[in-house]
Each structure stands twice: as C-alpha cells, then as structure tokens.
Design a protein around this ligand. Structure first.
Ligand SMILES: Nc1ncnc2c1ncn2[C@@H]1O[C@H](COP(=O)(O)OP(=O)(O)OP(=O)(O)O)[C@@H](O)[C@H]1O
Length: 260
C-alpha cells in the first residue's frame, strides 16, 4: 500500500535519510520519534506535499512522479495540526458542515449535500460520540472536540489510509482518552489503515501492531510493536536508560534517572 525505497529528503540539512519502509493494507502503524525526528516530513512525502530529494515512493501501487498524486491523495485522510491551523474558513461552520466538507477533501462546503451525505455525516458524528457538536460552531469547540471533528471530516471521504499526526497534542487527559477511544474503534473496524504519529508511548494502542521508530531522519527500527517497545530497545533508541511497563494494555515510559 505504501513503499518507500531509500527515500531521502534534504533542505539545508538532511531531514530524512535513506528511509526504507513498507506498509500493507489493513496494518496499523505507530510512528514514534522525538521532536524533529522527521515524522511529519515523512507523512508529507507520502502525501506528495514534499518531494523526496532521492529514492522512490509508491502509494497504492503507483510510483511518485509517474502518476497524478492529487488523485491518490484523495484516498488518504490526513488529520494534522498544520491542517487544523488552516481551518479559518471553517470557523463559523457547524460541526456537521466541517465533517461534510471532507467529501471534497477541501476546506469549505461548496455544494449542497444530498440526504445520503447528510445521513453519513451524522452517523460519523454519532460513531465518534460527538453528535452534540452537530450544531456547534467550530471556533467554539475545545481543542479535543476540534480534533475529533477533524477525524470525522477525514472519514467522510472513506479514506483507505488515515494519517493522524500527533492528534493528542494539547489535549487534557480526559479529551485524550476520548480521542484514543475513537481511534481504537476505527482501528478495530479495519476499514482503513492507520498511521499514528506520536512522541508518547502511552498513545500506542494495542491495535497498532507495528511501530516505526524514527530517529534523526532515519529508521532506527521498524517492526512488531511488542518487540520494539521494550526497555532495552527504547533505551537504545533514546540513548538513555528508560523503563517500559505495560499496564491494562497501555505502555508507560519512565526515564530511569529521574525516577530512581
Ligand atoms: N520543508 C522543510 N524545509 C526545511 N526544514 C524542514 C522542512 N520540513 C521539516 N524541516 C525540518 O526537519 C526536521 C524534522 O521536522 P518534522 O516536522 O518532520 O519533525 P517531527 O518529527 O514531526 O517533529 P515534532 O515531533 O516536533 O513535530 C525539523 O528540524 C524541521 O525544522
């Protein structure tokens, strides 16, 4: 579904360095890395918002550069902070309108929705447990509510890949739990492949069976989450001793020096 072969992305410095990565349909991946590791750059390359400096990118079996990427991009739902920053056109819009705008993968609602589309948007809000936001202006929503409405917006076009770029940033623990519950449900439904970017191990849900550890623009490890999220692997990844514990299916990371 997604294949990256020796993909590098350079500006005044190397941002991604010889990335090799393969995602199969139906897999759910967590992409874990520190600030500046290149996680967002990686998503931007896959979506074709940034062009690789070298290497090959394949999406849905098509090679980047050989196919109109804007067509392929429609099959991806992207929820990212930088995107939500561009939502000023939507500020006055109700939750239902924001979700409906996802139909055309564009900002703003350009055509009047059909009854079927309206029904679908309402069902999405209901499935996400946020029907109460249907008639609430986007600008009046909390950060957590905005994020969940934006996930709804991404789902409107029935994406084959759902990319969530640090969706819990800025959320309180309750909003975070609600959002993660939504993501868990989506992952279990298996209708879409999920790529979930985070810096926090406690957001790596059991449904994310695969994890990519990205460090300084390189793949440190990619593989089965349960084999990678160990104290040993993450201490090497962080270049600092850390302890990983798993309680109630949730990973916790403690930085050893500070806890002893
Ligand atoms: N188009 C660009 N031009 C120049 N530098 C860039 C560009 N895109 C990313 N960078 C730089 O590359 C590095 C990786 O950025 P990126 O946003 O991908 O990191 P990240 O892993 O998503 O970080 P964070 O967790 O802080 O969001 C950063 O140092 C960033 O400033």
């Amino acid at each position: 579904m997604i294949t990256l072969e020796n993909v590098s992305f350079k500006r005044d410095k190397v941002i991604l360095d010889s990335i090799n990565w393969h995602v199969e349909r139906g897999e759910h991946w967590a992409i874990l890395g520190m600030n500046g590791a290149g996680k967002t750059a990686l998503l931007n390359i896959i979506c074709g918002y940034q062009f690789p400096s070298s290497g090959d990118v394949y999406l849905f079996g098509k090679q980047f550069g050989q196919y109109p990427w804007q067509e392929l991009r429609k099959r991806i739902g992207l929820v990212s902070f930088s995107f939500s920053e561009k939502m000023h056109d939507q500020l006055q819009n109700y939750g239902i309108e924001v979700v409906l705008s996802g139909l055309h993968a564009s900002i703003g609602l350009h055509t009047y929705p059909s009854e079927r589309q309206m029904h679908k948007a309402k069902k999405i809000l209901s499935d996400l447990g946020i029907n109460y936001l249907e008639r609430q202006p986007y600008e009046q929503m909390s950060q957590g509510e905005k994020q969940r409405v934006l996930i709804g917006r991404a789902l409107m076009a029935e994406p084959e890949i759902l990319m969530l770029d640090e969706p819990c940033n800025g959320l309180d623990f309750f909003s975070k739990a609600q959002l993660l519950e939504n993501v868990k449900k989506l992952a279990e439904e298996q209708k879409t492949t999920i790529l979930y970017i985070t810096h926090q191990v406690d957001e790596i849900l059991p449904a994310f069976k695969s994890t990519l550890l990205l460090r300084e623009g390189r793949v440190f490890r990619a593989g089965k989450t349960e084999q990678l999220l160990t104290s040993e692997q993450l201490s090497e990844f962080c270049r600092h001793p850390v302890t990983i514990q798993k309680e109630n299916e949730q990973y916790q990371l403690n930085i050893d020096e500070y806890t002893k």
